[in-house]
Design a binder for this molecule. Structure first.
Ligand code: ZN
Length: 317
């Protein structure tokens, strides 16, 4: 072995032994400001979504609230690149954003940005092609077979299905079991393969381009609860240009957010979308295959009930 190689190995050993520097917090934008109806109460859920990231300890979260319908969008020009990841707790129709605003976000993602789509954020922007490429699949707001095929899990793999019909459905909010189909992804690595989620909407019949999409986790949508009888995508990761996307369909309301499985996969998904890595430990109270797990400090306020409002009307054919 020559001397320069030995010196190089010595330097490498020293480098590896050096104490880790305190990592700089990851800048996160939590985007909210509008949802498709009162049943998605972003004013209630955003503080909980922020608290989860604050508790993880490695994020610095800025809440950015978009103007309401008819608001001052001329001056809404977020500096996307200040953030490593944008968490969307946000659902609006296509016309809410100008082409310029859409292009600025798509460019941020193409250049290596991060996006996390939470629950009904995958209802947003049904006709914005780049958005639908980012999230892979979505529902409602008039989506149908023109939005792309159905995507679900069958015989051990993800399949697409060109059967026509509207996109987006769910039954009553009930607890359901989630199955991790990819167990070596940074987000799912070390988690129980099967885990119980608390009562939530189990999204089904989602449609979209499904490009560069990996379905990490699924849940079985039972026919007896207006379901499809299929294993539906629950957690997904996607590539968009140089950007990374984590898509969770979970989290309808405060009750649904109080699941250690939601909290941990969301915290891990935000870190992964921002950096491509997950440094967080799996919490000891993560749910098991037959027992859901909640935390007292995420209990909804006393007297809270899930926000009402009429269900969204079915998409017109
Ligand atoms: Zn919902």
């Amino acid at each position: 072995m020559n001397r320069s190689l030995i010196a190089l190995m010595g330097a490498a050993a020293l480098f590896c032994a050096a104490p880790a520097q305190a990592a700089k917090p990851i800048p996160v934008m939590l985007l909210d400001g509008e949802q498709g109806g009162p049943y998605h109460a972003w004013q209630e859920t955003s503080p909980y979504l922020k608290k989860m990231l604050d508790q993880a300890g490695n994020f610095s979260v800025t809440v950015v609230t978009a103007p309401p319908a008819g608001g001052d969008f001329a001056n809404f020009k977020p500096d996307w690149k200040k953030y490593k990841v944008v968490v969307a707790n946000y659902d609006v129709p296509d016309e809410r954003w100008s082409d310029e605003l859409k292009a600025s976000f798509a460019a941020y993602m193409q250049n290596g940005g991060g996006l996390v789509s939470v629950h009904a954020a995958d209802n947003a922007f049904p006709k914005w092609q780049a958005w639908n490429q980012m999230i892979g699949i979505g529902g409602w707001r008039g989506r149908d077979e023109k939005s792309g095929p159905l995507w679900y899990f069958k015989d051990g793999k993800v399949v697409s299905d060109n059967t026509p019909g509207k996109a987006g459905s769910h039954g009553a909010r009930q607890p359901f079991k989630i199955v991790n189909r990819v167990t070596d992804h940074p987000i799912t690595k070390g988690l129980p393969t099967e885990w119980m989620h608390v009562a939530d909407e189990l999204y089904a019949t989602l449609r979209g381009p499904g490009e560069n999409m990996t379905v990490l986790s699924t849940a079985f949508s039972v026919s007896s609860n207006r379901g499809t009888g299929r294993d539906e995508p629950i957690l997904m990761v996607l590539k968009y240009g140089k950007g990374r996307v984590f898509h969770t369909v979970l989290g309808h309301d405060l009750a649904a957010l109080n699941c250690v499985g939601f909290i941990a996969t969301y915290q891990r998904g935000v870190e992964w979308a921002a950096t491509g890595k997950v440094t967080q430990k799996v919490p000891a109270d993560f749910p098991t295959a037959d027992k859901a797990s909640t935390r007292a400090d995420y209990n909804p306020p006393a007297g809270w009930t899930s926000p009402g409002g009429r269900p969204r009307p079915a998409a017109k054919k």
